[in-house]
Write a protein that binds this ligand. Structure first.
Ligand code: FES
Length: 237
């Protein structure tokens, strides 16, 4: 079996390896496909659909779809980018995201995607849901107002930490992240060293006393747009 798989994305020829997803092969080739739920150290869940591309004309999640020889992929189309913009827009109004007061500002992937897609003001009406904050744990707090239900913490706790601290409960607008204790985070077996405490893309799970170690203005996405680390690889080649 050949160790190379060739495909085309937006007119660019890419060579990947067997078993890679479209997103992984494109990352290596320096082509950024927007993503939110995907974390490089976790099994992809395919839940946010931000990475949706067209594969031979059919919509597929780039983070879960394996590459195949000769496939034609489209990502940077007006329609796909409009869909991505709408997903980001909806996430902003569905929760309570007040970036200017959030400790994750500048390191938040949702905020960074908002900037990348030129979203400056909400397009839809805010839901202003009432969601709980739990600061009972000595080292970690959860602010469910900022949770985007990406599932990274669920996946990390279950598969990396072997604990199952987090899970989703409820449906539709009532869906929220739950913990493996009757009421409070302090009663769970979550530790600050757990992967689950480390993978939140937004400001929903935060380690206490670390928020301003890097000042606002000097954080990852304050300096460069999200995805530019991947795109820079291509410029160097
Ligand atoms: Fe692929 Fe979220 S990054 S579905």
């Amino acid at each position: 079996m050949s160790n190379e798989i060739n495909f085309v994305i937006d007119g660019v020829e890419v060579t990947g390896k067997p078993g890679q997803t479209i997103l992984e092969a494109c990352d290596e080739a320096g082509i950024y496909i927007p993503r939110l739920c995907r974390h490089p150290e976790l099994t992809p869940r395919g839940s946010c659909r931000l990475c949706t591309v067209l594969v031979n004309g059919r919509p597929q999640a780039a983070c879960t779809q394996p590459i195949t020889e000769g496939m034609i992929v489209e990502s940077e189309t007006e329609e796909l980018n409009e869909n991505r913009r709408n997903i980001i827009d909806m996430l902003f109004v569905e929760g309570n995201h007040f970036c200017m007061f959030c400790e994750r500002s500048g390191n938040c992937e949702l905020q960074a995607l908002g900037y990348r897609f030129g979203i400056l003001a909400p397009k839809y009406d805010y839901f202003y849901p009432k969601r709980e904050i739990d600061a009972t744990h000595p080292d970690i707090f959860i602010d469910r107002n900022r949770c985007i239900l990406c599932g990274r913490c669920v996946e990390a706790s279950r598969t990396v930490d072997g604990k199952g601290v987090f899970e989703f409960v409820g449906r539709g607008p009532e869906r929220k992240i739950a913990i493996n204790a009757e009421q409070f985070l302090k009663d769970t077996n979550l530790k600050i060293t757990d992967k689950a405490a480390d993978v939140c893309p937004v400001g929903a799970i935060i380690k206490k006393r670390t928020a301003f170690t890097t000042p606002i203005g000097k954080r990852k996405y304050d300096k460069k747009p999200i995805g530019s680390d991947i795109e820079e690889k291509r410029k160097k080649d």
